[in-house]
Write a protein that binds this ligand. Structure first.
Ligand SMILES: [Zn+2]
Length: 393
């Protein structure tokens, strides 16, 4: 029988938060029968989507390209290639920042979802083994004008081209770092938060921002086993001021048209950004790396589509760590049902993944069925503190 947790869904370390707990999914995964859990989650996801569609859209929603990174095809489409040769072993994923503004009981708020500190994140062991190590062994320094430095810079641009930084994207929108109220990530793989929130004598880049994170993800990052540690930036959370970390114990409504919903699997403490936009409900995490993961039966990638047809699976996992694959499968169904069909291509759901598989001339042979690319809805809201002119004496 489904049990209800208490309404105590949010626990801040010091500050209390105005977020409303969402009870829709309480107990939906309590059965020991996976199929029962799947169908219960599916049913409730559809109801949740209907609720969100009845709300007004968030005030502003934009996705911004930060960096492209190589990613193994065997991770991107877990298990698809176990009995097949991989003709293109690596594809490119685009990491994007989401700038979302929404009305809350406490006024207009600005949330940055998945704001990667690209340079700091490069310390992640996986990145180092993948290519940064090889780059490091080359002569010269990235950005140096010597022939060796120029070769190294060109090599990095080729393999992992970078776009504007998070702060540069904000400036393009007329926002300052001080305008940011919240940071959130679906999970903490590769993330280093110390520059953003301030730690170990570093000044916070975002002086007014607090991190919104599931308690399980936060606690997990404090004591990783080696298979996980490969993906977490070493010391990425060390020394953060606890008052800047808001630990969530479940699903929450952040404001009109916006929620954070637990979607465990890729990591145990994973959550998704669920936003009502003028183009429907958009759901973001890295349980998948693009629409092909969420509707593999319609994929234009032959191996992915055939795998889905042979096994009868309705999603294909992004499986670099596979902390819990059954949970991840159920969470991905939850995500696609909350999202509903995309207005751009109805065969695929509105799952706008924060790392999106994208065609790249260097890695030929793998093309996604379709991309969302950069999205923008609504108008940027200038927070009061940024627009209030200083009064003349
Ligand atoms: Zn991850």
């Amino acid at each position: 029988m489904a049990t209800r947790k208490s309404a105590r869904a949010v626990r801040a370390t010091k500050h209390d938060t105005p977020f409303t707990p969402i009870e829709t999914f309480y107990g939906a995964r309590s059965s020991s029968v996976p199929l029962t859990r799947l169908e219960e989650v599916r049913k409730r996801s559809r109801a949740f989507r209907d609720e969100l569609m009845a709300e007004s859209p968030v005030l502003f929603y934009k996705t911004c390209e930060l960096v492209r990174v190589p990613y193994p095809v065997r991770f991107a489409f877990a298990n698809v290639y176990t009995q097949l040769p991989v003709t293109t072993p690596v594809l490119h994923i685009v990491n994007r920042l989401y700038v979302v503004q929404f009305a809350s009981s406490d006024g207009v708020k600005t949330l940055l979802f998945s704001p990667s500190d690209v340079l700091a994140n490069a310390e992640t062991r996986y990145f180092k083994r993948l290519g940064a190590g090889r780059l490091a062994k080359m002569e010269g320094k990235v950005g140096e004008m010597s022939p060796e430095g120029l070769i190294k810079t060109a090599a990095q641009k080729l393999v992992a081209p970078q776009g504007p930084t998070v702060v540069e994207w904000l400036a393009k929108l007329g926002l300052t770092p001080a305008d940011v109220d919240y940071l959130s990530y679906d999970h903490l793989h590769t993330q280093d938060l110390r520059n953003w929130l301030g730690a170990e004598r570093r000044q916070a880049v975002f002086p007014n921002a607090r991190l919104l994170i599931m308690r399980e993800e936060w606690e997990s990052a404090q004591g990783l086993i080696p298979s996980q540690a490969d993906w977490y930036c070493p010391n990425g959370t060390r020394g953060l001021d606890p008052s800047k970390v808001v630990l969530l114990d479940g699903d929450v409504k952040l404001g009109a048209g916006l929620a954070l919903i637990r979607t465990p699997g890729h990591t145990r403490g994973n959550h998704s950004l669920v936003a009502r936009t003028p183009e429907g409900v958009m759901v973001s995490s890295e349980n998948g790396v693009g629409v092909d993961n969420y509707a593999p039966q319609h994929s234009r990638i032959n191996a992915v589509r055939r795998y889905a047809q042979n096994l009868g699976v309705e999603v294909v996992l992004n499986g670099n760590t596979q902390e819990s694959s059954v949970d991840q499968y159920i969470s991905m169904v939850q995500e696609k049902e909350m999202a509903g069909p995309s207005a751009r291509c109805a065969e695929f759901p509105n799952t706008v993944t924060s790392s999106e598989f994208t065609a790249w001339w260097l890695f030929r042979g793998m093309t996604p069925s379709f991309n969302f690319g950069d999205l923008e809805f609504g108008a940027v809201q200038k927070p009061a503190r940024a627009t209030t002119p200083a009064r003349a004496a």
